[in-house]
Ligand binder design. Structure first.
Ligand code: ADP
Ligand code: MG
Length: 285
């Protein structure tokens, strides 16, 4: 095996510093030793050094994008126990993870009682989107409305809505847990309308669509919201036990355990939609 001249190695190192390739610089010496010991050849070494650098950059990009998305926690689909939630069609969730719903600017509704994994799945899909290089924003409905209300008070509502339209995926978690403040439904509607047919959303709720009038404190706003949010929609309904309470299920009163929180809506009227398109609509999984 020939030894690379020290001058050339110094030159490579200076180039790596100039190109800001810290990981490649870090593994260079070890890689050269592997060439000397006949464990790899020049091409193999080049490939490995570049892959190391690329992996570092990719990890950094994902880390930054995940923190910018403001996810409450990092969750994965691998970490989701589908066996615990038999009403949920695993393949349907895995199909969503291919992210075509983002390209189609669809709205994914994850419905079910507390603890059934709605936020987990929404977060895991958001993580997949970030990894795939899509921009994501995650917020609870209450926080989202609070931020819109503040922007309205500050006279910056248009800018705030424009900002919230930039993400290719907006996740709105916890629709229905807290009553929406007066005027909140209207603000949310303005955002939904601005994103309508342009960019995708994932919504999670413990309440059926029939209860949205109550949730938003205004049946007219709720109807207008559902009109947008059920057009090009994927509805995933989870009807199972709470994962949080799984070890203590016997302590939970029967009327709480079995309370049917979800009332599926009558099929909404759709506009300009060819019938029989797969993957979408209310084929509850
Ligand atoms: P929800 O939003 O429906 O109230 P979460 O998604 O917050 O429920 O789930 C509650 C907790 O239980 C979270 O820590 C979540 O990661 C976990 N969890 C829920 N369902 C599952 C599951 N099927 N497999 C693994 N962990 C789960
Ligand atoms: Mg939740």
């Amino acid at each position: 095996m020939t030894h690379a001249p020290a001058m050339t190695i110094d030159s490579i190192k200076r180039s790596l510093v100039g190109l800001r390739m810290p990981r490649a610089l870090e593994v260079l010496d070890a890689t050269l030793r592997r060439i000397e010991q006949g464990e790899t050849d020049g091409i193999g070494a080049l490939d490995q050094i570049l892959l190391e650098e690329l992996t570092l950059r990719e990890n950094r990009r994902v880390k930054t994008a995940l923190s910018m998305a403001r996810l409450p926690a990092i969750k994965s689909l691998q970490g989701f126990d589908f066996a615990f939630q038999p009403s949920l069609d695993r393949n349907r969730i895995l199909a969503l993870a291919e992210l075509k719903f983002i390209d189609r600017a669809e709205v994914v509704h994850l419905l079910g009682p507390p603890g059934t994994g709605k936020s987990h799945l929404a977060t895991a899909l958001a993580v997949e989107a970030v990894k795939a290089g899509r921009s994501v924003t995650f917020a609870t409905l209450a926080d989202l409305i609070a931020s819109l209300a503040k922007a309205e008070r500050d006279g910056t509502l248009r800018e705030r809505i424009r900002y919230l339209c930039r993400a290719s995926l907006l996740v709105v978690d916890e629709i229905g847990y807290l009553p929406v403040v007066p005027g909140g439904g209207n603000l949310f509607f303005q955002l939904v309308n601005a994103r309508y047919e342009k960019s995708a959303m994932i919504l999670t709720s413990n309440r059926g669509f029939a209860e949205w009038g109550e949730v938003f404190g205004d049946p007219v706003v709720a109807t207008a919201l559902l009109d947008r949010l059920l057009h090009h929609a994927v509805v995933v309904q989870i009807e199972g036990a709470s994962y949080r309470l799984r070890q203590h299920a016997d302590l939970v009163p029967e009327h709480v355990r079995s309370k049917a929180l979800i009332t599926p809506p009558p099929a909404p009227k759709r506009r300009g939609r060819p019938p029989g398109k797969a993957t979408s609509d209310h084929d509850n999984g």
